[in-house]
Design a protein around this ligand. Structure first.
Ligand code: SDX
Length: 431
């Protein structure tokens, strides 16, 4: 989009000023291009949480936090949730357009034929204790993929980048299921090419050698929908991490492994695991008022996990979809989870409380997802791994977009220095 108007900033203390162009996209706020600010005024900008900072141009995902809008390549998340599937959404995020039937068939064939991981990667798991957190095993295993594809991968070659995208989207379920099986002492299951993506994953997770897996199709449909909802979300912390690592020229496996570790934090993707632990800690609906009171108490570091969002100051559109799906899936699976009653009571209490209303703290994507994962038999420690499988599509789409952007530079923020002023070394005997 053409850069239009100019913003003039003047430092009246030294009368130095800077004329800064406005960068305008197709949707959303314009941005002030600060590229010449330091040269013109001698000042950096200061925005430690990046609350007012755009780090890049991107055509992949658009969010309107006030209106609760989420678009993947212009398509509303509600329509993709209703009509699409995770692999088709992955194609959309990567290529910018929904695939024609032949394009989707070719893409699905490529993914299906890259699901195996190198046999020696299986030995990798032997080095972990059985109680290792699956996110640690996932991050380490994905980083180790760099060792398998390092010498024949040129990040400046579009075909190499696309192959890395196929490999990562294809192998994440295999590695995730292997981590889970290792943690419960079960033998790893190989991916079955006759199954579609999510069903194949559930088989690798739950099939045991001694008997065939009787899988309820509701489970695969529910998980596919959760994967769609978690596939991308603009410049969130883990995606920004992938871009920062990618900006150094690091290979895609190392970049995505960095994204996995960033996602793990309870303020980000780790929140779904934290929500379930919080609901279990609250226990019953009559304890909800105490939880809400603690969440408001500045002397108590207890927070309502699954509430609040840096961007959404309205209901997270994904939370609306998941909330509705939660009731349907539990009913169809015949699961009666008392934690759902606690969650609903907690949501009702928080949405009526001034503290949450004033701060526009609404349920986010993580608030209800854990209840569905639990109903599908997925253990709590694997919840963020589910998030990582889905977000791999978004992460690698951003990594590729970044490498296709002409003139992209290494990310290197500055700082406000608050340390010691220059001083002379003091020999140890005189300290
Ligand atoms: C994800 O960025 C993305 O797009 C992320 C994500 C994605 O798809 O990639 O959407 C996925 O990470 C969702 C968020 C999951 N995290 C949680 O549910 C953890 C609980 N929520 C928070 O910790 C918090 O709301 C954040 C981290 C999500 C947002 O933090 P911000 O924007 O930095 O907000 P803040 O911490 O400055 O809070 C503003 C105020 C503060 O109170 P005051 O200082 O104004 O008095 O709101 C309060 C906070 O104390 N607050 C909460 C709260 N969240 C914020 N109080 C109680 N419970 C909460 N959950």
């Amino acid at each position: 989009m053409p850069d239009a108007k100019i913003v003039k900033l003047t430092d009246e203390s030294n009368n130095r000023s800077s004329e800064l162009p406005l960068v305008t996209g197709t949707l959303g706020p314009s941005c002030i291009d600060l590229g010449t600010l330091y040269r013109d005024t001698g000042h950096f900008t200061y925005d430690p949480g990046y609350g007012s900072t755009a780090s890049t141009r991107s055509a992949i995902t658009y969010i309107d936090g006030d209106e609760g809008v989420l678009l993947y390549r212009g398509y509303p998340i509600e329509q993709l949730a209703e009509h699409s599937n995770f692999l088709e959404v992955s194609y959309l995020l990567l290529n910018g357009e929904l695939p024609k039937q032949a394009e989707f068939a070719a893409f699905e064939h490529q993914i299906t034929h890259h699901t195996m991981m190198h046999e020696s990667l299986k030995n990798f798991f032997q080095g972990f204790h059985h109680n290792a957190h699956p996110m640690a095993m996932l991050a380490a295993s994905v980083a180790s993929l760099s060792a398998f594809y390092h010498d024949d991968l040129d990040v400046d070659n579009p075909d190499d980048r696309r192959l890395a995208a196929i490999r990562l989207i294809a192998k994440m379920p295999t590695i995730a299921a292997a981590a889970y099986r290792y943690s419960i002492g079960w033998p790893m299951r190989y991916p079955r090419n006759n199954l579609e993506y999510v069903t194949r994953f559930l088989h690798m997770m739950f099939e045991v050698p001694s008997e065939p897996l009787m899988l309820n199709p509701v489970a695969a449909k529910a998980l596919d929908l959760l994967f769609i909802l978690h596939a991308d979300h603009e410049q969130n912390a883990s995606t920004s991490t992938v871009r920062l690592v990618g900006s150094t020229g690091a290979n895609p496996y190392a970049s995505i492994a960095a994204g996995i570790t960033a996602l793990w934090g309870p303020a980000h993707g780790g929140a779904n695991e934290a929500v379930l632990k919080m609901l279990e800690e609250i226990g019953t609906p009559d304890k909800v008022e105490t939880a809400v009171r603690r969440a408001k108490d500045k002397n108590d570091n207890f927070r309502l996990m699954g509430f609040g969002h840096r961007v959404y100051k309205n209901f997270d559109p994904r939370a609306r979809i998941i909330r509705e799906m939660c009731h349907k899936v539990l009913a169809e699976l015949g699961v009666n989870d008392p934690l759902l009653d606690v969650a609903m009571k907690l949501e009702e209490a928080a949405l009526k409380d001034d503290y949450f209303v004033e701060r526009k703290l609404y349920p986010n994507v993580d608030f209800y997802s854990g209840i569905i994962y639990k109903a599908l038999g997925i253990p709590t420690e694997m919840f963020t791994v589910m998030f990582a499988i889905a977000r791999t599509a978004g992460w690698i789409a951003h990594w590729i977009e970044q490498h296709e952007t002409p003139g992209a530079r290494i990310g290197r923020p500055r700082q406000v220095y608050t340390g010691a002023v220059p001083r002379d070394f003091i020999p140890a005997a005189k300290r």
